[in-house]
Design a protein around this ligand. Structure first.
Ligand SMILES: NC(=O)c1ccc[n+]([C@@H]2O[C@H](COP(=O)([O-])OP(=O)(O)OC[C@H]3O[C@@H](n4cnc5c(N)ncnc54)[C@H](OP(=O)(O)O)[C@@H]3O)[C@@H](O)[C@H]2O)c1
Length: 340
């Protein structure tokens, strides 16, 4: 019998993962989201675009419902809302889920699983890290723009998780580790560059291939690594590379970085960080659970993280201005960060 999987927050990640499951018929998928996307999928069907091919999913297999009660029959629910919506979403889920329904957080940031756990005492909550990116294009096209697995926390004793099997059978690369915390911190450290992508307006690939923007990213990363060291937090290596080495590589000349990226990571030339999309659409960003988390940890250990604090302020200024990305050059951004 196929497993019932719910997607709470059908956006870039939720529709991509839910769509993958639905495409292969590996699960009965219930997507909860907003009407504009529901209409787009109803009109065009769903397209899942990969680096080298695309898959079409019929509209009736990827229908988005607005009524969250549809999740009550699910055995597993993937929480795919932005971090700012987790608390409200947790309360909504508490009102509809059966005890025992597994809730998997596919969100960035460290604290979402805790928030879900607190509101859902009768549901096992599993943290996960999505290490690839997805963008939404016109016509209900969901395009994966970077490579990487879904990393999930394995269950104590290595018991099977049926939904993990379903994901793998649907072609999603899944790594299982326990505990997940060091992977979550690594993802957070890598996401510190989202603020740079948002403020620069540069596609991810151009940002990484710009020595000036890399200098900014390395400053954010170095400061964050010092903060985590002070707090006794040990992030995992990223694809075998310690994050201190990543920071060192960031400071090298661009041709060397180009070679390293080619060996390590596929990035679509059009990929942009989702924080840029948030600014462009006038939506709140997740900067407070990324750079803001570093500031918080620093504060808890009697230190400070002025560069991460300042870049979070710049993102908030851009949110308030409501005019999209301020398209800051590397020089302007560096000056603004040193302007304290
Ligand atoms: N996009 C990526 O490539 C990527 C990669 C790795 C991790 N992540 C993480 O995954 C999480 C989701 O990101 P995303 O980019 O997929 O966000 P997204 O595109 O904004 O998707 C979330 C969707 O959930 C909807 N939603 C929120 N509350 C809802 C409710 N109560 N009922 C129905 N729909 C609701 C949102 O609608 P409204 O906007 O109208 O509220 C939005 O359409 C974030 O934590 C992000 O950091 C994303």
């Amino acid at each position: 019998m196929s497993i019932h999987i719910g997607i709470m927050g059908a956006g870039a990640i939720g529709v991509y993962v839910g769509g993958r499951l639905a495409a292969k018929g590996e699960a009965e998928v219930m997507l909860i989201g907003r009407k504009p996307l529901a209409d787009a999928i109803a009109e065009h069907g769903l397209t899942l675009r990969e680096f080298d091919h695309e898959d079409r999913v019929d509209a009736d297999k990827a229908r988005i419902d607005e009524d969250v009660r549809a999740l009550s029959s699910c055995e597993v629910v993937f929480c795919c809302v932005k971090s700012g919506a987790t608390e409200e979403t947790a309360k909504i889920l508490a009102g509809v889920l059966e005890p025992g329904t597994v809730v998997v957080s596919l969100q960035n940031g460290i604290r979402n699983p805790e928030i879900l756990c607190a509101a859902l005492p009768n549901n096992p909550v599993v943290p996960a890290v999505v290490s690839f990116n997805v963008i939404i294009r016109e016509g209900a096209v969901f395009q994966r723009t970077t490579s990487g697995p879904l990393i999930v926390e394995s269950r104590p004793g290595g018991q099977d998780q049926r939904w993990v099997d379903a994901l793998r059978a649907a072609g999603v690369e899944v790594d299982e580790v326990r505990p997940l915390a060091s992977e979550q911190w690594t993802k957070l450290l890598l996401n510190l560059n989202n603020a740079v992508g948002a403020l620069s307006g540069a596609p991810t690939r151009d940002m990484i291939l710009s020595r000036g923007y890399r200098r900014v990213i390395a400053k954010l990363l170095d400061e964050a690594l010092d903060v985590l060291d002070g707090a006794g937090i040990r992030p995992a290596k990223f694809r075998g590379v310690p994050l201190r080495v990543m920071s060192f590589i960031m400071k090298l000349p661009t041709p060397v970085v180009r070679l390293v990226i080619r060996a390590q990571l596929r990035v679509d030339p059009e990929a942009r960080v989702s924080m840029w999309t948030d600014l462009e659409r006038g939506r709140p960003t997740e900067v407070d659970v990324l750079n803001g988390e570093i500031v918080r940890v620093a504060g808890e250990h009697g230190g400070a993280a002025p560069i991460n604090r300042r870049i979070a302020e710049l993102v908030h200024e851009a949110e308030r201005a409501g005019a999209g990305s301020p398209n800051m050059s590397p020089e302007t951004l560096l000056r603004a960060l040193e302007d304290d």
